[in-house]
Design a protein. Structure first.
Length: 569
């Protein structure tokens, strides 16, 4: 018998692991795995990776080791052999407003690449990816699309609110308290009380901020199990969700269902619809564009405008609204709203999901919201008739920009520019009272390439709100915003200042107009004058020349294309 014919036939459930583990020549590979707890029978099972973002760096991820072990149990019980491996996470909330925040968006790419590296190297046939914070969630999804092996995403879950004198608190409460403190509305003692009880334990930030936004989007796409996005981090439901995800990956393997069967143009439209209906974060625009790039799905920044014209905002959730995610969880999560949107023809019900069923089939068993609830409005009485995510163009943003317009701050703003070349400079001016009613704060050189890393401007926007200027001042930037940001804000301006975009030549005193009705961001300076200024402008030297920030700054595309680092390779 020839050596070739002596090799075992490749099992369709073990398309990748058989290359690593099967046959006499793979004995050294098997030998190493005995050392980590394998038994002989484990080598014949589908190999399931469990990508854990556990870390004590942040409360968002401090419990994910527990969920990873649940996922292992689910996969093993379904006939697989599961192995946990870790990737990194960082904390936006801790690093916000510092030089360290430049690593935030960069971490999305590092996470994606590390998961891709481990799954590809170890020959896992499928995997579970568990994320609990802003960047590790899209990072997991980038890896899922790149690898295109059966996979399920698990959201770590939302935090419960803190409480002070009967008032619910979260991390944004602390950022806004900083502005209140600067305005002498609260003293040192009150600030310390707020900071000490706002974050009571494990879980992602508790409003419809970026983590909860992305979890909802991923569920709407069909890449997590039904109701996965609306569960408390520390709960029996979340443990069950993780265990079921492990079993679901084995089921996907048996049925031959790949992420590319689930992640389609229609599923992205479902995700955008959910983000709008929930009043979600501007970061979702950036991440969905990056995810579409990884999935080879055609998605354009202007698709958010097209979908936004027909989808209303229904959720009265923080930061612009009243309620926390934990309160939405208590009335049934996002699934009842998805059923309403499906009935209204606003979702594609025939999209396949990780259950092996369609979205419509998944939603069928769920009941409507309880009568009298105030968190999710009916379609005939929305919070806002059209999307709060407004894509702007104009002579200040030829490549596009993203505004978050809840309607409460109005739909137009016209004022004089106050220009700053960094977030820190702007925050100092706000806290010192330099910014006045009618000003348009301009923060530039904070884009993906110029920052580098496209920091979130939660410090300045929260300081504006804490100062009581939320309706009196606008803020525009080539950086981005935390999901906790509210007020009259425009980010993701492209081309960014570092690349010579018009933002680079704005001067203090120039008149700027934001028009969310006409979708325009304009500077009232003649084209000839802008051209003269541009001729005198000199591109600044990169702030970093070595290391991960330098790599990101050199490779990242514009925000309007997702700020991805693997374009055109």
């Amino acid at each position: 018998m020839s050596k070739k014919s002596a090799r075992p036939k490749r099992n369709i459930l073990r398309q990748y692991s058989s290359q690593v583990l099967d046959g006499p020549e793979r004995a050294p590979s098997r030998a190493m795995l005995y050392a980590v707890g394998y038994r002989e029978k484990d080598f014949t099972k589908p190999q399931i990776g469990v990508a854990s973002t556990w870390s004590m760096v942040t409360p968002c991820n401090m419990h994910i080791d527990v969920l990873a072990r649940e996922a292992v149990g689910g996969a093993n019980a379904a006939g697989g052999k599961a192995v946990i491996f870790n990737t990194i996470t960082i904390s936006d909330g801790i690093s916000m407003g510092t030089e360290g925040m430049k690593y935030s968006l960069v971490s999305r790419e590092v996470i994606a690449e590390s998961i891709e590296t481990v799954v590809g190297c170890e020959g896992f046939d499928g995997f579970v990816a568990i994320g609990g914070c802003d960047k590790n969630m899209p990072g997991c999804m980038l890896a899922i699309s790149r690898l295109n092996r059966p996979a399920v995403f698990v959201y770590g879950g939302t935090i419960l609110p803190g409480c002070l004198n009967g008032r619910n608190l979260d991390v944004v409460s602390v950022f806004e308290a900083v502005g209140q403190h600067a305005a002498k509305k609260i003293d040192d003692k009150e600030l310390q009380k707020i900071e000490s009880c706002a974050i009571p334990g494990a879980g992602s930030c508790g409003g419809m901020y970026t983590a909860n936004t992305m979890a909802s989007a991923i569920e709407a796409m069909g890449m997590s199990l039904p109701n996965s996005s609306a569960q408390a981090a520390v709960s029996a439901h979340k443990k069950t969700d993780a265990r079921d995800a492990g079993a679901a990956v084995v089921n996907l393997l048996k049925r031959g269902i790949l992420p590319s069967d689930i992640i389609t143009r229609e599923s992205f439209e479902n995700a955008i619809t959910m983000i709008i209906a929930l009043g979600g974060s501007t970061n979702a625009v950036l991440h969905l564009l990056a995810m579409a790039h990884a999935a080879n799905v055609k998605l354009d920044i202007n698709d958010f405008t097209k979908i936004g014209r027909r989808v209303p905002v229904l959720a009265d959730l923080k930061p612009s609204g009243k309620y926390l995610m934990s309160e939405l969880v208590a009335i049934g999560g996002i699934v009842p709203m998805m059923k309403e949107l499906l009935s209204a023809g606003l979702l594609h019900g025939d999209c396949l999901t990780v259950t092996g069923k369609t979205l419509k089939q998944n939603l069928a068993p769920f009941k409507p919201y309880p009568k009298g609830q105030q968190i999710i409005r009916p379609l005939n009485n929305p919070v806002k008739k059209e999307s709060h995510l407004v894509i702007l163009h104009g002579n200040l943003a030829p490549g596009g920009a993203v505004a978050k317009i809840s309607g409460k701050e109005g739909e137009k703003f016209r004022g004089k520019a106050r220009v700053f070349d960094s977030e820190e400079a702007a925050l100092t001016a706000i806290l010192k009272g330099v910014i006045k009613k009618g000003d348009v704060i301009v923060i530039r050189y904070e884009g993906p390439r110029g920052g580098p890393g496209m920091r979130e401007m939660l410090g300045p926007t929260s300081a504006v709100m804490g100062k009581g200027l939320g309706k009196e001042v606008a803020l525009i930037t080539d950086g981005r915003f935390s999901g906790g940001t509210h007020g009259f804000v425009v980010g993701h301006i492209t081309p960014e200042a570092f690349d010579g975009g018009p933002l680079a030549v704005v001067k203090t005193g120039d008149t700027i107009e934001i028009d969310a009705v006409k979708h325009r961001l304009t500077i009232e300076v003649p084209a000839a004058e802008l051209k003269r200024r541009k001729a005198k402008w000199k591109k600044p030297a990169p702030r970093y020349r070595r290391g991960v920030l330098a790599k990101f700054g050199a490779m990242a595309t514009s925000a309007s294309t997702g700020a991805v680092t693997d374009s055109g390779l």
